[in-house]
Design a protein around this ligand. Structure first.
Ligand code: DAH
Length: 354
């Protein structure tokens, strides 16, 4: 018995296999029901009691060595097979692992659509910082010092700004803040670009609002700016009409209502004919047939001059719209919070939109 165990020990150590079948054959030969190691265990029953201890221990060592070696060989041939078919799993009839495809966020989809439309009209994309200073968000845009938008209730301030002036005149100037609108990118563009300017500025903005279905402290806007010699209100109207038709369909009409913004004069708010009811009146347009989509106007000469542009020679128009607002009109998702909660059940509804 001793010799048999030693011979099998050597066989196990020298065991080789080139395929799964060969590994299986070796297992059956050694450890199968009629395998040589199994047979030795049978033989062991007849061993004299005083030898049982010694042979029992040896047999167990042999069995463990055979089991380990076979497991090792099996892993080797599996690995080889996986490498040979390029890492694909061995069983080609198995269904593939599903790939969870992500989807684009509705805000990104609309942002891209708006940018693509204006790119076709020859606009470049410009960006600016989200942490801005008072100059670019308010001062250079002709906001009077006491304008309510500058208040703490609306604006998130980051720093107090610099102490300037002497004695009675001493005050803080140009605090850092989170931009409340993308109109700040107008100013940055005017400061650094050569004329004419034709840009579209998408970005995230921040306002200190309580979060509800209708208001959020973070949202997205797209700003547009066109400055050249002889730009008129009629050019603005045409650009906005073309945009509205690309965005909401070729039958879309627009109307302009007089409005006020510190940085434009004259200013207007633009409505598009309701794309749900075609202007007849429905609950989306609250029976009016019109939906408000953006604010616009002719850039105020003070704004041009603040950025070093000669307002006698140049004129321009600007407009700004909320991306979530356009997304709401497109998909009738009315609760603004949906756009920020990243609930997969909501986001997955957009995975067919490219
Ligand atoms: N900045 C404005 C806002 O946040 C939107 C806007 C209105 C931008 C009129 C413009 C404009 O450029 O001309 O409400």
């Amino acid at each position: 018995m001793k010799e048999k165990i030693e011979a099998l020990m050597q066989e196990v150590a020298a065991l080789k296999a080139a395929s799964r079948q060969e590994v299986e054959d070796a297992r059956v030969r050694l450890l199968g029901k009629k395998g040589s190691i199994t047979e030795l265990f049978e033989e062991f029953r007849g061993v004299a009691p005083e030898m049982k201890r010694e042979f029992g221990a040896k047999l167990n060592v042999l069995k463990n060595a055979a089991t380990d070696r076979i497991a090792q060989l099996r892993e080797e041939v599996e690995n080889k097979a996986a490498c040979a078919d390029g890492g694909a799993s061995g069983d080609l009839s198995m269904p593939g692992d599903p790939f969870e495809l992500g989807s684009r966020h509705p805000v990104s989809i609309v942002r891209q659509e708006i940018v693509d439309i204006f790119r076709k009209f020859g606009y470049d994309v410009a960006e600016g910082p989200e942490i801005e200073d008072d100059w670019h968000v308010f001062e250079a845009l002709n906001f009077p010092p006491e304008h309510p938008a500058r208040e703490m209730q609306d604006t998130f301030f980051v720093s107090e700004g610099q102490l300037v002036g002497e004695g009675e005149e001493k005050h803080y100037w140009n605090p850092l803040l989170l931009r409340t609108h993308t109109s700040s990118v107008q100013v940055r563009t005017m400061e650094r670009s050569q004329l004419p300017i034709r840009v579209i500025c998408p970005g995230r903005v921040f306002r200190n609002e309580a979060i509800s279905a209708r208001a959020h402290c973070i949202f997205h806007q797209v700003e547009g700016l066109y400055i050249d010699e002889g730009v008129t209100f009629a050019d603005m109207k045409q650009a906005i009409l073309l945009f509205a038709r690309e965005m909401f369909g070729p039958e879309t009409q627009i109307r302009m209502r007089p409005s006020y913004f510190p940085f434009t004069e004259p200013s207007a708010e633009v409505d598009v004919s309701c794309n749900i009811c075609g202007g007849k009146g429905c609950n989306i347009c609250k029976g009016t047939g019109w939906l408000e989509i953006l604010g616009c106007g002719m850039v105020d000469p003070n704004v041009l001059e603040a950025s070093g542009i000669d307002s006698k020679k140049y004129s321009g128009f600007a407009f700004g719209m909320g991306i979530e607002r356009i997304a709401m009109l497109k998909w009738q998702v009315k609760d603004l919070r949906n756009y920020f909660e990243n609930d997969l059940r909501f986001l997955k509804e957009f995975n067919t939109v490219l």
